[in-house]
Design a protein around this ligand. Structure first.
Ligand SMILES: C[S@@+](CC[C@H](N)C(=O)[O-])C[C@H]1O[C@@H](n2cnc3c(N)ncnc32)[C@H](O)[C@@H]1O
Length: 302
């Protein structure tokens, strides 16, 4: 998503050190490299990194390092490598087309595969573990909070009833169970879409990783360095929007205070006043991109 815009707003170029925290299919990584920048590429998915290593590293380029890691560990990683700051951080959140389109990874109800959904396949907990073991109330809570699914209680109850007879093993198994209690009623989207999103977010602790990266970006970015975040749903976008707002306000004012006070979190300036949305051309090529948003902030000089 946003191939040109992301590179433009990163200010990528020679002598810059740019982190691509979500290598995926390598589209952004290749463009960052092409700008002449030193590039540190991270992905928590072994398959994504193996793909990038096959496609990008053999070009003989010495300006790139690819590391398998969750971007939530970026600050620790830079400390270990004795890198005192970077000029740009890009994260393009969510799942890659490869992950969605590979039934064995268990992200999609379109093909039938194991109910897995781990981006990092060494992770302890799969989607099957969640649906087969969580108490009904916790399951409903996850489906409501991360999927914004209004039928969360009904779906959680159906899951718990079904699993007492036989545990869930496959994506189709779960999708069929949801469809039985949430009929399509002519809607285009599959009734399991929001529940699958919720489980994926929970399995990978996606919002926790995003919050940690945002907090750490203050320490990781050099003055003038850019933070570019591409989100795919409103839960993520809200977190990024609030972070940028709370860190780009010089003073805080409260009705009970006699005068405004300096904001201790003030560390960024906003580059875009509003989030960027995809063009209609991009949406026609990739309808999944409809809800994508790009936000940018620039690290202030301390
Ligand atoms: C939308 S794709 C990125 C696509 C990529 N920008 C491109 O141009 O091909 C998201 C990728 O980020 C990875 N990912 C998601 N959350 C991550 C995290 N917290 N740490 C590291 N990688 C993550 C996923 O494994 C996936 O490969």
């Amino acid at each position: 998503m946003f191939p040109e815009e992301a590179i433009h707003f990163l200010n990528a170029g020679p002598e810059k050190l740019i982190v691509d925290g979500t290598v995926g299919g390598g589209g952004h990584t290749r463009r960052i490299l092409a700008s002449g920048a030193l590039t540190l590429g991270l992905d928590q998915d072994n398959d994504a990194l193996a793909y990038a290593r096959d496609r990008i590293e053999p070009s003989g380029c010495e300006r790139i390092a690819l590391i398998r890691s969750n971007f939530r560990h970026l600050r620790e990683l830079l400390d270990e490598c004795r890198i005192d700051g970077v000029d740009g951080i890009l994260v393009d959140l969510g799942v890659s087309s490869y992950q969605i389109d590979t039934p064995d990874r268990g992200f999609s109800f379109r093909g039938d595969g194991p109910l897995d959904m781990r981006m990092d396949t060494s992770g302890a907990c799969t989607a099957a573990d969640l649906v087969n073991t969580l108490p009904e109330v916790e399951l409903a809570d996850i489906i409501y909070r991360y999927g914004e699914e209004r039928g969360s209680r009904r779906i959680a109850r159906a899951i718990v009833e079904r699993r007492t007879a036989m545990p869930f093993r496959t994506t189709k198994d779960l999708a069929d169970c949801i469809e039985r209690v949430k009929p399509r009623r002519g809607k285009k989207t599959h009734p399991a879409t929001q529940t699958f999103q919720a489980l994926r977010i929970a399995v990978n602790d996606e919002l926790g990783a995003l919050e940690k990266l945002l907090e750490d970006s203050v320490a990781c970015l050099r003055p003038g360095g850019r933070l570019v975040v591409i989100t795919f749903h409103s839960l993520e976008d809200r977190i990024v929007k609030r972070f940028i707002r709370s860190h780009s306000t010089a003073e805080i004012d409260r009705p009970e205070w006699p005068a405004p006070k300096p904001n201790p979190e003030y560390s960024f300036s906003t580059v875009l006043r509003k989030a960027l949305s995809p063009s209609s051309e991009e949406i026609s090529v990739n309808p999944r991109a409809r809800s994508a948003r790009l936000r940018v902030a620039e690290r202030l000089i301390d």
